[in-house]
Structure formats: structure tokens, C-alpha cells
Design a protein around this ligand. Structure first.
Ligand SMILES: [Zn+2]
Length: 158
């Protein structure tokens, strides 16, 4: 115990210098590591951008003009991309429910925003089969609920 304390209190000069070099080496290693990490994060960013590019219109001929007068009113200050661009363009998206990649065509978008009056900030999130299944489930739940309400109303008081 006493020996260790002495070494710590009075380190030989060489040992001190060596430690310093060791420290330098570890600093260089840390810098290299940081550089490598930066390169990796840049690669990850590039991958993200490539994925984003997939969300952009694939082919210009898949575009349809936006009739802004037919859109549902929205109080937001921001402008949806398709309004700014003036055209609907096919979008590829992964279904929220099953993960399948599906195309939301310009025609489907025009129908959704201009005829169904869908909110301009909503986009397709589920594929057709999942959407149909979801709608059937909702309809069934509503029907069951209404039946329950009707049954309760028939129960005599007291
Ligand atoms: Zn799906």
C-alpha cells in the first residue's frame, strides 16, 4: 500500500512522458473514431435521402393538375407540397398495417382531395386490402354498438 502511494506521488519522468505519448495516441485514436463515425452518419444520411427520393414522384407523366378551388378549406399556414407544385404525383408508401409498398396514384389523390374533400394534410397510409379490412372492422363495431344501444332502450324501467 505504502509503495503504491509513493509511486503515485513521485512518478519517474520517463513514465510520465510515456503516459503522455500514450495519451496522444489515444487522442489520435479518438479523432480517427470521430472521423469514422462522421463518415458513417453521412452514409446513413445518404441512405435516408435515397429513401426520401423514392417518396418523390417517380415519373413526371404520372402527374395531374391540382384544382385548388375544389380542395377542402384548411386553416394551416403551411402549404401542402402538391398545392405548391400545382400537380398530384404518384407517391410510393409502405402500408402502416402490413408494410407492403403501394403506389398512391395522382388520380387517387385528386379523387381524395377534390371529390372526397379529404384534409389536404392527410395522405394514404394503408394499402387497399388493409383499408378495406379496416373499414369493415369499423362498420362492424358501429353496428354492434348500435345494436347494444337499441337493446338497452328496450329494457323496461324498474
Ligand atoms: Zn397493408
Amino acid at each position: 500500500m505504502v509503495g503504491t502511494a509513493q509511486v503515485r506521488l513521485c512518478p519517474p519522468y520517463e513514465a510520465f512522458k510515456m503516459k503522455s505519448n500514450k495519451q496522444k495516441r489515444s487522442e489520435i485514436r479518438a479523432r480517427k473514431e470521430a472521423k469514422r463515425e462522421k463518415a458513417e452518419s453521412l452514409a446513413a444520411q445518404a441512405a435516408r435521402e435515397a429513401r426520401q427520393a423514392q417518396l418523390r414522384p417517380a415519373r413526371p407523366r404520372d402527374e395531374l393538375p391540382v384544382d385548388a378551388a375544389k380542395l377542402s378549406k384548411n386553416n394551416s399556414y403551411s402549404i401542402p407540397v402538391f398545392v405548391e407544385r400545382g400537380t398530384y404525383a404518384s407517391i410510393e408508401f409502405a402500408c402502416k398495417a402490413c408494410g407492403k409498398v403501394e403506389t398512391w396514384t395522382a388520380g387517387q389523390q385528386k379523387w381524395w382531395y377534390e371529390i372526397a374533400k379529404g384534409d389536404v394534410f392527410t395522405t394514404a397510409i394503408m394499402c387497399r386490402p388493409c383499408r378495406r379490412r379496416e373499414r369493415a372492422r369499423r362498420d362492424e363495431a358501429r353496428r354492434t354498438h348500435l345494436e347494444g344501444v337499441a337493446r338497452k332502450a328496450r329494457v323496461p324501467k324498474g
